[in-house]
Ligand binder design. Structure first.
Ligand SMILES: C[S@@+](CC[C@H](N)C(=O)[O-])C[C@H]1O[C@@H](n2cnc3c(N)ncnc32)[C@H](O)[C@@H]1O
Length: 231
């Protein structure tokens, strides 16, 4: 990246941290500052950095990770409905994009669940922030579509509650191994396969449409499965 462009993003990062820095734990701010320079070179990175880069508008030769997911969600679902995003992250990068699109089409709401969301007011009138854990006990009857990217240990609960309540869902499985007893590097990929199989099994069992197992286009070099249902 050219120095001029990098300096532009660095100025934007400074403004972002001026606005939101106090809402992050200090060690996370240190991490963002320390890793930002390397991170702007790569479209795919740790979620915390991708969220910040989305917020300050770092551009690549293709849509960002969140823009690519938004595109896929919109290709497959009408987002002018009651969307809930589970495990939004510390900064609501994907949810902000969804809220913006909903405002453009004049319908739809988005509710966020993540205990680590920074303490901020929603910046969109159609957004509700719940700084809380999502679980099997969370009442999802008032939502139409569950979305989530890299939901780590809460993936099972999302897939199960979506199927049991006959809700539409779109989940990009986490690249890590979230088995209770991780299997080790030689078995990488088994966790992702397990979750994709589980989504297929539950979708069939609860007659919740047809399961689609997909991934982002090859150019992203992100080969973790995305699972969603189609009616
Ligand atoms: C790898 S991050 C992904 C964040 C975001 N979706 C993204 O793609 O940038 C996983 C997130 O899951 C959240 N999480 C873990 N357990 C959760 C739960 N029970 N309910 C809601 N969020 C949870 C964590 O707080 C964390 O922010």
């Amino acid at each position: 990246m050219e120095e001029r462009e990098y300096n532009k993003y660095r100025r934007r990062l400074r403004a972002f941290l001026k606005k939101y820095g106090n809402a992050y734990p200090p060690e996370v701010v240190d991490f963002i500052k320390a890793c930002f320079k390397d991170s702007v070179e790569n479209i795919y990175d740790v979620d915390i950095l991708m969220q910040v880069k989305q917020a300050i508008g770092v551009k690549y030769d293709k849509p960002s990770y969140y823009e690519a997911h938004l595109q896929k969600i919109m290709e497959n679902f009408d987002i002018g409905c009651r969307v809930v995003e589970i495990a939004s992250g510390r900064f609501p990068a994907l949810a902000n994009l969804v809220a913006t699109e909903q405002l453009k089409i004049g319908k739809g709401t988005i509710t966020l669940y993540d205990p680590l969301l920074i303490n901020m007011e929603p910046e969109y009138p159609n957004m509700t922030i719940k700084r809380k854990h999502f679980s099997h006990k969370t009442n999802i009857k008032d939502y139409d579509l569950l979305i989530s990217t890299m939901p780590c240990r809460i993936t099972d609960a999302i897939l199960e509650t979506a199927a049991e309540n006959h809700k539409d869902f779109y989940v990009a499985i986490c690249p890590c191994d979230h088995f209770r007893k991780p299997l080790g590097p030689e078995e990488l990929g088994l966790y992702q396969q397990y979750e994709a199989d589980k989504a297929a099994y539950l979708t069939h069992k609860y007659n919740n449409g047809q399961i689609i197992v997909d991934q982002l286009p090859d150019e992203y070099e992100i080969y973790t499965p995305i699972v969603y249902n189609k009616r």
